[in-house]
Every structure is written in C-alpha cells, then in structure tokens.
Design a protein around this ligand. Structure first.
Ligand SMILES: Cc1cc2nc3c(=O)[nH]c(=O)nc-3n(C[C@H](O)[C@H](O)[C@H](O)COP(=O)(O)OP(=O)(O)OC[C@H]3O[C@@H](n4cnc5c(N)ncnc54)[C@H](O)[C@@H]3O)c2cc1C
Length: 371
C-alpha cells in the first residue's frame, strides 16, 4: 500500500527528490511538501543578486509549481513541531498533518539575539528574500544620499555582502556608501592567510573598512556597540554572524547535536526515529560533523532521494559519503572572485567567472524541471 512522504523545506538537499517526485508518485506513494514560500532561493547567488549580477528570477526555484506539476501537494506554511511519537506535524497556521516517512531540509538561520529592535533596517543575510528587499531599499536610499552601512560578522558572507553593496552603488551610479565590516577579533579567521589577505585587500582598496576590534554586543539600526564599549553609528546594518540549524528539532524534543541540528547517522536518518531523514544545514551528521556549506547539501541529494524511496518501499539504505575537500569561491563583487581548493588560492576575474559558470549551471539543471 502507498505511504505518505512529507518533505519539510524545498532546500538544496531536496532538489533531486523534487526533480524525481513523479517516480515516487508513480509507485503509489503520496508526497506533500511544506515550505513558507512558493519559491526557494539559491543562497550561493544571493550576494550576486544584491549586487545586481543576477535577477531574483535567475536565482530561485519554483518549488510549488514543480511539486504540483508532478502530482504532489504543496502546503505554503512552516512546520512548528514534529511530534515523532505520533508521526504528526503541527503547522504555524494551525493545521496538522501525518506522515509515514519524513525528510527535513529546514536549513539554518542567522541568530538575532544581539538585536535590540525589530526594523527592516537590520537585515539578516538569510533568508535570501531579505537581501532582495534590502537591494530595493538601498537603491532608493543611495539615490539621494550616502549611507553608513555596518556589516556585523567576519566570515565570507560579510565579505561578499560588503563587496556586492559596493558593486550595487558603483554600477547604478549611486552615492558611495561608507561600509564598515565589524569582523570580531579577526577577519576570515577560519581561512588560510592567502584567502584572508586577498579578501581584505579587495575590500580595503574600495574604501571598505574592515575592523578587528572585538565582538558586537548590542545591535540597533542606528549603530552597533561592541563588547568593549566602542560604538559604530549606522543607517543600516547587515547581520552576517554565521548560521545555526533550524530550532525546529529542539522545539520538538528530537535528538540534536551541539549546535541544535538533528542528529542523523551515516544514512542521513535520525538516530532515534528511523522514519525521519534530513539533509543540508539543519542536520548534525554524527559520523563527522559537516561545515554549513551548500556543497554538502548538494552532495547529500542523491542519497537522500535513494534512502527516502528505500524507506517507503522497505528496501535497504545507502550510506552518505561526505567526500574530500571542496571548492570554495567567494563573490567579492565587481566581477572579482577568490577561489580556494586543496591549498591553492586564486583571486580575480577568472575565479568569479568560474563561480558564475558553476552556479548558473546548477540553476539551469534544476530550473529545467519547471518546464
Ligand atoms: C550569503 C550567503 C552566501 C553563501 N554562499 C555559499 C556558496 O557560495 N557556496 C556554498 O556552498 N554555500 C554558501 N552558503 C551556505 C549555504 O547557503 C548553505 O549551506 C545552504 O543554504 C544550505 O542549504 P539548505 O537547503 O540546508 O538550507 P536553506 O537554503 O536555508 O533551505 C531551507 C529551506 O527550508 C525552508 N524552511 C525553513 N524552516 C522551515 C519550516 N519550519 N517549515 C518548512 N520549511 C522550512 C526555508 O524556507 C528554505 O526554503 C552561503 C550562505 C549565505 C548566508
């Protein structure tokens, strides 16, 4: 008899499952996807969209359309609780639904615990929809005057956002903003010196200030106060403080790792509930914890699809192999990229063109399902 498969989130780890949904349906199973938006945005191209290299249409997947086209059901809502004992989900709008097999790709979020007020002038770098709104707001504001923009965070997202805000102002002939990156104690601290230096040089050459004078303590739209009392006035603040897995699992009393991600085994299967699977930023992969990069979500895709099908049909599961080192390319804006793989670092236009080619190819592959 057919079973009910529910997918939470149409993120990067669910792409192959979404692309092959008609095969699952053809085997007599029912598929439901729950997500807060009819579209899913590819975060790797988010900063490029902010800078104007890509339009929003170019960086998004029509999740709802793809699901419905293949005979699945799409529910535009968020899951608030997974009641694993009863195989039941509670949704934000008050509805509930049951499942036989569940797959979670609920991603991650930027913590806002240091933010002292709720205003659209404090922009999280995720979800990517926020960057879309920020682009419109910046275009409008920088038409008439310059702005002080403070970016809180010292990792690649902060660098990419800074570089792409600069690009936006340059390409549209807007007033040049005063951009400050508050990078904690050390900018790009987790990366090799060659990347750190290149990124720092690219930004500072454009007049972007990168400060390594400590961590933010209080964030308001009109300024950021550091732990040592130093204050940096702002007209707009971007939060690029790193991400944490969805808090859905803690709220559902499911087994979680140290960062709150759902504990899964080598089969991407919840360690306590064999009918629950997961992938992407929201999991804690117990065999070897993974970095929160899209690369792993993409690598998990085929295994997640295979194991969901196996679980629906009572077949055996396949283990996930995270693979070796991965290619990193940062989009620094202005057509400049920084590439790093296995000890080799390359900066400049070629690095950006390579990232652009890889990202556009990824989008083309999955947007093709929409037709
Ligand atoms: C600015 C920026 C740039 C980046 N650039 C790169 C890059 O170039 N290369 C790279 O490898 N990585 C990059 N990353 C990291 C990458 O974005 C993440 O690793 C990737 O997004 C993880 O994919 P995911 O599918 O797990 O999560 P997400 O992309 O966050 O997708 C999760 C989905 O689940 C939905 N969802 C969330 N909660 C619920 C709920 N409760 N109920 C239902 N649905 C829900 C969301 O709406 C979303 O559609 C970047 C990150 C940022 C912030």
């Amino acid at each position: 008899m057919g079973k009910h498969l529910v997918l939470i989130g149409g993120g990067h780890a669910h792409m192959v499952t979404l692309a092959h949904m008609n095969e699952i349906v053809a085997q007599g199973h029912r598929v439901t996807v729950v997500g807060p938006s009819a579209h899913h945005y590819y975060s790797g191209m988010g900063p490029g969209m902010l800078g104007g290299t890509y339009t929003p249409d170019e960086i998004r997947f029509a999740t709802q359309h793809v699901v419905e086209k293949q005979g699945g059901q799409f529910i535009c809502d968020s899951v608030t609780v997974i009641d694993a004992a009863n195989r039941r989900l509670e949704l934000a709008e008050g509805d509930a639904l049951t499942y036989d097999v569940l797959s979670v790709n609920a991603g991650s979020y930027v913590p806002r615990n240091l933010v002292a007020e709720d205003t659209e002038r404090i922009v999280s770098v995720k979800p990517i929809e926020k960057l879309m709104d920020a682009r419109q707001a910046l275009r409008l504001a920088l038409k008439t005057r310059s702005e002080k923009i403070v970016i809180v965070g010292g990792g690649p997202s902060a660098a990419e956002i800074g570089g792409n805000i600069w690009q936006l102002a340059q390409e549209e002939g807007l007033h040049t903003p005063h951009i400050t990156i508050l990078a904690g104690n050390r900018f790009m601290a987790d990366f090799p010196e060659a990347i750190r230096r290149r990124a720092m040089n690219t930004l500072t050459r454009r007049g972007i200030l990168v400060l390594e004078s400590g961590y933010a303590k209080i964030i308001r739209a009109d300024g950021v106060t550091l732990a040592d009392g130093g204050h940096h006035p702002a007209d707009r603040v971007f939060l690029a403080l790193g991400v944490r897995p969805s808090d859905l699992f803690a709220a559902s009393n499911l087994p979680i790792g140290p960062d709150g991600g759902l504990r899964v085994n080598a089969y991407l299967q919840c360690t306590e509930h064999p009918e629950i699977f997961g992938g992407g930023d929201c999991i804690h992969y117990t065999p070897s914890p993974l970095d929160k990069v899209g690369v792993f979500a993409v690598r998990q895709n085929p295994i997640l699809f295979q194991n969901l099908l196996a679980s629906l049909n009572n077949d055996s599961l396949t283990p996930f192999d995270p693979g070796g080192s991965y290619l990193l390319i940062f989009n620094m804006g202005g057509g400049i990229g920084i590439l790093h793989k296995a000890g080799i670092t390359l900066g400049g236009r070629l690095a950006f063109h390579f990232k652009d080619w890889i990202d556009r190819r990824f989008m083309r592959r999955f947007q093709a399902i929409e037709h």
